[in-house]
Ligand binder design. Structure first.
Ligand SMILES: Nc1ncnc2c1ncn2[C@@H]1O[C@H](COP(=O)(O)OP(=O)(O)O)[C@@H](O)[C@H]1O
Ligand SMILES: [Mg+2]
Length: 333
C-alpha cells in the first residue's frame, strides 16, 4: 500500500511526514512525562515510533526512482520491456509516466530498426543469390555467356544499385541531412520532363499513353524541384509498371483553395483497399509485385517523406472500373 499516492505534490507529502513525526514525538514525550518514564527512554521510544511512521507514510515516494534506475540500466543493455509503477500523482509519478512513455517509444524504434535490418538483408540477398546462381553456371560452363543471360545479370545488378541508392536517400531524408531547396517553378515543365523520361530509353513496363491536364496551364509551385521530381517520377513509374499495355496514365495538376493537387492515375489492377495505407511503408510490396517486378518497395516511402517535408499529404485511391489513383496535395505557400 502507498498511503500518500493520492497527493499531487511531493512537497505536501514531505510536509505531512514531518508533521506526523513531530506530532508523534510530542505525544510520546507528553505521555512519558505524565507516566514518569525517564526522558532517555521516552526519546528513544518517540524516535522509534516516528521512524516507523515515516517508513509507512513515505512508502512509494522514492521507490519509482529506484525502479527507474534499474530500468534505465536494463535499457542500456538493450532491454526496453521493463516499465515502472506509476500510480503516484506527484512529480515522481509524473516522471515515472514519462519514463514509461519513453521506454515504449524506444522499444518501438528498436523494433523498426530490427525490421529494417532484416528487410534490407532480405532484399539484398535475393538479387545476390540470383547473380551467384547465374555466375556459377557460367563458370561451370552449364550456361553459355549469351546476351540473354548477361542481360538478366545486368538487371539484378541494376536492382542492387537501385536498392543502395534508395536506402541512402531514405536515410538522408529521415535524418534531415539534405535540407529542401525550395523555389518557384512551372508545373507544366516538370510534368513534361517526367513524361519524356518515362517514355525514354531505360523505362520499365509496357508502352502507355499519357494524358496530361494542368489547370491553369501556367500553374506554378514553390517546392524543391529535384525532390518533387523524384516524387512524381516514382508515382508515374509505378503507374506505368502497373498499366496494361496500351493503357492510359493520367497526370492531373490543379490549384484551388490554397492547395495544389496532383493526381497520377492508371488503369492497372489498383491497390486493394486494405493495403492502401501500407504501400507507403518501407519495403511494402503486394504479393503480386513481390514475385514479378524488380521493385524495392521503397519508392512510395521516399515519396511520402518528401511530400511530408513539404507539409503536404499523399494517399492512394481506387478507380472505377479498375486502376489506382495516387493523390498528392501540397499547400500553396
Ligand atoms: N499504380 C499502382 N498500381 C497498383 N499497385 C501499386 C501502384 N503503385 C504502387 N503499388 C503497390 O505499392 C507497392 C509499393 O510501391 P513502391 O514503394 O513504389 O515500391 P516498388 O515500386 O519498388 O514495388 C508496390 O509494390 C505495389 O504493390
Ligand atoms: Mg515504385
Amino acid at each position: 500500500m502507498r498511503p500518500l499516492d493520492f497527493l499531487s505534490s511531493i512537497k505536501v507529502k514531505l510536509g505531512i511526514v514531518i508533521v506526523a513525526a513531530v506530532a508523534a514525538t510530542v505525544a510520546v514525550t507528553g505521555l512519558g512525562a505524565w507516566a514518569d518514564i525517564p526522558w532517555v527512554v521516552g526519546g528513544v521510544l518517540a524516535g522509534a515510533i516516528s521512524l516507523t511512521m515515516v517508513q509507512f507514510l513515505a512508502r512509494g515516494m522514492t521507490s519509482p526512482l529506484r525502479e527507474m534506475t534499474t530500468a534505465a540500466k536494463e535499457m542500456a543493455q538493450g532491454d526496453y520491456e521493463r516499465r515502472v509503477t506509476a500510480t503516484s500523482r506527484d512529480e515522481v509519478g509524473e516522471l515515472a509516466r514519462v519514463f514509461n512513455q519513453m521506454s515504449a517509444e524506444l522499444a518501438e524504434t528498436d523494433r523498426l530498426r530490427r525490421d529494417l535490418v532484416a528487410n534490407v538483408s532480405h532484399e539484398l540477398r535475393t538479387p545476390i543469390s540470383a547473380l551467384q546462381a547465374v555466375l556459377e553456371n557460367l563458370v561451370d560452363g552449364v550456361e553459355p555467356p549469351d546476351p540473354v543471360t548477361l542481360r538478366s545479370m545486368l538487371e539484378q545488378v541494376e536492382r542492387l544499385g537501385r536498392l543502395a541508392n534508395q536506402l541512402l536517400d531514405l536515410s538522408r531524408l529521415e535524418s534531415g541531412a539534405v535540407p529542401l531547396q525550395t523555389q518557384p517553378f512551372e508545373v507544366k515543365e516538370l510534368v513534361e520532363r517526367i513524361v519524356r523520361e518515362a517514355r525514354g530509353p531505360g523505362h520499365r513496363g509496357p508502352d502507355v499513353n499519357f494524358e496530361v491536364r494542368i489547370s491553369p496551364p501556367t500553374l506554378s509551385l514553390i517546392a524543391d524541384p529535384e525532390r518533387f521530381h523524384q516524387v512524381m517520377t516514382n508515382l508515374v513509374a509505378n503507374a506505368v509498371r502497373h498499366s496494361p499495355g496500351g493503357g492510359t496514365v493520367e497526370i492531373v495538376a490543379a490549384g484551388s483553395d490554397g492547395k495544389i493537387r496532383f493526381e497520377v492515375a492508371d488503369e492497372g489492377p489498383g491497390i486493394p483497399e486494405g493495403e492502401r495505407g501500407r504501400v507507403f511503408e518501407r519495403f511494402y510490396r503486394s504479393d503480386a509485385a513481390r514475385s514479378s517486378d524488380g521493385g524495392t518497395g521503397l519508392g512510395l516511402s521516399i515519396a511520402r517523406w518528401i511530400v511530408e517535408l513539404h507539409h503536404g499529404e499523399i494517399h492512394a485511391e481506387g478507380r472505377e472500373p479498375a486502376g489506382c489513383r495516387m493523390v498528392v496535395e501540397l499547400p500553396e505557400i
